[in-house]
Design a protein. Structure first.
Ligand code: GLN
Length: 270
């Protein structure tokens, strides 16, 4: 396997250490095992070479290995389902920190892999969660992940557009909706714009289309003293401030991500 590492290093123009990690991830083995003198059969070798070619084209490694890490959780992910980002890991941490009373009921709009719901289910062991998505593909993936963490009894998946048809009042409504402004879609990295689902990224004209729909439709289904937490585009703060001032009487605060970009809005009904 030693020569496979060299080959991957040269094909992808990466450092040896990265090549070791890639070979290990693609073969689903520990990193040190790439230096074992184990023979690798022809079929496995061909498969690996094909996977390396996909990587070279820009396919995200998560779609090739069909897994991704989200906080402490190993999640399954496949093409057509949005790969959860570091920003959303931090989003979950902020939600947990800001939530004073453990919520009885949580709604996660546009759950994708189910990442946010799974992390919140662990943080709030007494909560019941409803997680929605419009994509059957995403729900299939979320179902696998929820089953893996034995949360089927607590996280209920619903196929719907945003929160259409949901009536129960919630203590906490969370979402990472599509929020990239249409004009910026073309400047996303190749691996994102060609391989990840556009439906999970395209936030309309100025990136706030779904955020506004979410706010408008959340207010009637949120409990008094309930909270809404939404991940947003880094340039959306002023537009959303105007919207919130004119259309709602919610108390709001914007929070920055780990790169100091305005990335989250927290809304409370007081
Ligand atoms: N932060 C994501 C990206 O830039 C976009 C996430 C989203 O639209 N929800 O790839």
């Amino acid at each position: 396997m030693r020569e496979l590492v060299t080959r991957v290093r040269d094909t992808l123009c990466v450092e040896r250490r990265e090549a070791e990690l890639i070979v290990a991830a693609l073969l689903d083995r520990p990193r040190f095992s790439v230096y074992f003198n184990e023979p690798i059969d022809d079929r496995a070798r061909t498969l690996l070479v094909m996977k390396v070619a996909q990587l070279k084209q820009g396919v995200p490694i998560e779609y090739i290995t069909n897994r991704t890490q989200f906080l402490d959780y190993q999640l399954c992910v496949h093409p057509g389902v949005f790969i959860p980002r570091t920003e959303t890991e931090y989003f979950v941490e902020l939600i947990i920190k800001k939530t004073k009373r453990p919520p009885d009921s949580i709604l996660d709009v546009g759950t994708g892999t189910g990442a946010i719901s799974i992390a919140l289910a662990h943080a709030f062991p007494s909560s019941t969660i409803i997680a929605t998505d419009i994509s059957e593909n995403a729900l299939t993936c979320a179902r696998t992940n929820i089953a893996r963490y034995r949360l089927i009894q607590r996280i209920h998946l619903v196929r719907t557009d945003m929160l259409k048809g949901l009536a129960a009042p919630f203590d906490l409504i969370v979402s990472n909706p599509p929020y990239v402004p249409r004009s910026r879609l073309h400047s996303l990295p190749k691996s994102v714009k060609y391989y990840e689902p556009l439906i999970a990224l395209n936030g309309g004209e100025d990136g706030t289309k779904f955020t506004k729909v979410l706010i408008e439709n959340s207010v009637p289904v949120m409990k008094d003293r309930g909270c809404i937490a939404i991940e947003i585009d880094e340039e959306a703060e002023s537009d959303l401030t105007d919207y919130l001032k004119t259309n709602t009487c919610l108390h709001y605060s914007f929070k920055k991500d780990l790169f100091q970009k305005s990335r989250y809005v927290f809304l409370e009904k007081r």
